[in-house]
Design a protein around this ligand. Structure first.
Ligand SMILES: Nc1ncnc2c1ncn2[C@@H]1O[C@H](COP(=O)(O)OP(=O)(O)OP(=O)(O)O)[C@@H](O)[C@H]1O
Ligand SMILES: [Mg+2]
Length: 389
């Protein structure tokens, strides 16, 4: 799957045919649009078409006979789309054109006519610089919720934990990758898009488009809904990894509802998660399954057990549960069938019922997942209080 989407801008018939072939030949980039002609002002409809392409790179072909119009286009696009990378292609025998193109905002100036090899080198330089910048920037935390056995409560826990994280920290996304997505129903949302739309449009996916795919809950939580029909069309785990690469740049916390999905995608998502919440009940079948799911996911130190529908059972201790599953227990969610079932039927998750025991339990779970961040938030609040004093 190509990493970069490219828009070609030219006024030369031959380049119009040749450049997309060369771009696609690099295998790391793909042409998403070719436009014949340069924009002349910010309100030019061409500018809107370029913006709507959501390309990572705009490739501007500078014709030797009329470099001025092309250079103006470089300047204009750099002004209106500062996040988009511009590559210029022009003659090397015109030093002033090179200087002007770079000053106008081009990131690279490539020799005209160019070659697939030159384009590949320039694209590779860009992706490597982007990866470095990405690695250095703050990345959101990912928590994946999976059940030991169908119906254990993964969706309920994913939604309510996400809502509690949203209330504490803000900027949270819930991603439904379950075999059949139930999260939208639990939250009474009817988003027009699903996670598959994001996957199918990865080549042009940026923060704005991603947000467009999200269902918005009234408490500010964003939901990337799950599939509404069982599907045999399996996206690759690499595609999911790329989607999550973007998600963690956009959200402070990303909660994944994997429910009973047990495939290579779940494995990859668990690999890139900060913590994996394995939801089980304190009965023999559920605990037996918890061991099997854990060994499928690999030997992770990041797996934590969440015991759902918890009731004290005489003679059965937490230590027994931990030794039976070889997993550390993170949290126990009380058994509150009436409240939870009513919340699901009404599309109003229990965390919204602020003072109930079950709502407090989810706030506690969210805090247990982010202990240091809690401290930092408290420290920041204290500091601003002192400064304000
Ligand atoms: N703490 C709880 N107390 C009582 N009932 C609960 C609790 N948590 C969940 N339930 C009930 O269990 C049922 C299954 O929950 P949920 O859909 O969240 O499980 P799941 O693991 O996501 O299931 P699936 O395998 O279908 O994806 C729900 O109908 C809900 O009413
Ligand atoms: Mg579920």
């Amino acid at each position: 799957m190509p990493e970069l989407s490219v828009l070609v801008l030219t006024t030369d018939e031959d380049q119009r045919t040749l450049l997309p072939v060369q771009v696609d030949g690099t295998a790391i980039a793909k042409t998403v649009n070719t436009i014949f002609g340069f924009p002349v002002g910010t309100t030019d409809p061409v500018v809107r078409r370029i913006k709507e392409s959501h390309a990572d790179v705009v490739l501007i072909d500078i014709p030797p006979k009329d470099s001025a119009t092309a250079l103006r286009a470089v300047e204009l696009l750099h002004l209106v789309m500062p996040q988009t990378t511009i590559f210029a292609i022009g003659e090397m025998s015109q030093p002033q054109t090179i200087v002007n193109a770079m000053r106008a905002g081009a990131r690279e100036y490539l020799e005209r006519p160019t070659s697939t090899h030159n384009l590949l080198e320039a694209m590779a330089r860009l992706t490597s610089a982007q990866r470095k910048a990405h690695a250095n920037s703050e990345r959101g935390k990912v928590f994946t919720v999976i059940n030991a056995k169908g119906g254990s409560g993964a969706t309920t826990i994913a939604i309510n934990t996400a809502l509690a994280l949203q209330a504490i920290h803000g900027n949270v996304a819930l991603i439904d990758v379950a075999p059949l997505g139930h999260a939208a129903l639990h939250m009474n949302l009817k988003p027009a898009f699903t996670v598959m739309d994001a996957i199918h449009n990865l080549h042009r996916l940026d923060g704005t488009l991603l947000e467009g795919y999200m269902g918005k809950h009234e408490r500010g939580l964003h939901l990337l809904a799950g599939v509404t029909e069982p599907t045999t069309q399996e996206p690759s785990s690499a595609e999911f990894a790329r989607l999550f690469d973007l998600l963690v740049t956009q959200y402070g916390h990303v909660v994944v509802d994997a429910s009973s999905r047990l495939d290579v995608v779940t494995r990859v998502l668990c690999d890139l998660s900060d913590q994996i919440l394995l939801v089980a009940q304190a009965d023999v079948t559920s605990l037996w399954s918890a061991v099997k799911v854990q060994s499928f996911l690999g030997d992770h130190d990041r797996i934590r057990l969440v015991l759902n529908r918890f009731r004290k059972i005489p003679g059965f201790s937490e230590a027994d549960v931990e030794s039976a599953t070889q997993a550390k227990l993170l949290w126990k969610v009380p058994n509150q069938y009436a409240l939870i079932a009513q919340g699901i039927d009404r599309g109003s998750p229990v965390t919204e019922q602020n003072h109930s025991e079950i709502a407090r339990s989810f706030v506690g779970l969210a805090s247990a997942l982010t202990p240091r961040e809690e401290e930092e938030t408290t420290k920041r609040t204290m500091w601003s209080l002192f400064r304000g004093a």
